[in-house]
Design a protein around this ligand. Structure first.
Ligand code: HEC
Length: 247
């Protein structure tokens, strides 16, 4: 737990990962189902998008049903994840209460999950879509399904560092250190600039009480990103522990 709360990891942009850990779980019944347009996505679109995205309103195209959403699925997931849509300030006259329109994190994840699951139906070996779908599963607390997606991603593209990163984060959380080590070594192998993966390697060696190795990785993380506070905290602890051992 220590590395996974707010005080935590070198994860996926730590903020995103903190959100994952603190995420609400969906009801048991729904966790193993695929997201469906009618049940999950349509209500969000109708309530948060269709006011403007209909003929005669401000937006340039309609978003009124499955066909509209499907046609622009990827674009929709991009604009909601960046919180570009719904707009903060409504076009004048279009809506009265801007605050009613903004999406919760959970709603954004649902849209994203639907989009990625749709992409995977078209191309089951889309590593990026697998990885994004897996992240949405993590958000909803479905680690098993997330794991399946991340494993499918590395199978589809054995050099896709983001999928290894996600796998490593799960293994680390589960205290499966050998698997975590292998996953993060793959990340740094394919993307030598990933300071978060270096930090995670440092944590693995720290947990194994291999202080010299831990020091090497925390220093590497700091070389890549001198602002990395977690790495500098951990490095401090490692150096202290080494000094105590000498005394
Ligand atoms: C308050 C009115 C309003 C609401 C609500 C709204 N949109 Fe829009 N949307 C616009 C307008 C106006 C544009 C065109 C200008 C722009 O791109 O900013 C637009 C453009 C877009 C685009 C094209 C962006 C681009 O890069 O070209 C997408 C995709 C989109 N909206 C999706 C959505 C989705 C999904 C929702 C609901 C989650 C939504 N919009 C809610 C008004 C709205």
């Amino acid at each position: 737990m220590l590395f996974l709360g707010i005080s935590s990891p070198f994860g996926v942009g730590s903020l995103e990962f903190a959100q994952v850990i603190g995420a609400p779980e969906r009801s048991e019944a729904s966790t193993n189902e695929l997201v469906t347009f009618n049940k999950d996505v349509a209500p969000i679109i109708f309530q948060h998008c269709s006011t403007c995205h209909r003929p005669g309103q401000a937006a340039p195209f309609a978003l009124l049903g499955y066909a509209d959403a499907k046609r622009r699925a990827k674009q929709i997931s991009d604009v909601v994840r960046k919180r570009y849509m719904p707009p903060w300030l409504p076009e004048s006259g279009a809506v009265e209460f801007a605050s009613d329109l903004s999406l919760t994190d959970g709603q954004i994840r649902l849209i994203d999950q639907w989009v990625n699951e749709s992409l995977l139906k078209e191309n089951p070996s889309d590593a990026v879509a697998h990885t994004k779908a897996g992240r949405a599963n993590m958000y909803f607390g479905d680690v098993g399904k997330a794991m399946d997606h991340f494993l499918a991603a590395v199978k589809a593209d054995p050099k896709y560092d983001r999928a290894y990163f996600e796998l490593g984060s799960i293994y680390l959380r589960q205290q499966r250190l050998p698997e975590a080590l292998e996953a993060f070594e793959n990340v740094t192998g394919f993307n030598p600039d990933d300071y978060e993966a270096e930090g995670s390697l440092g944590i693995i060696f720290l947990r194994r009480r291999e202080l010299d190795q831990a020091e090497i990785h925390f220093r590497a993380a700091l070389r890549l990103n001198p602002q990395d506070k977690l790495a500098s905290n951990y490095l401090g602890r490692v150096l202290e522990a080494k000094a105590n051992l000498r005394n």
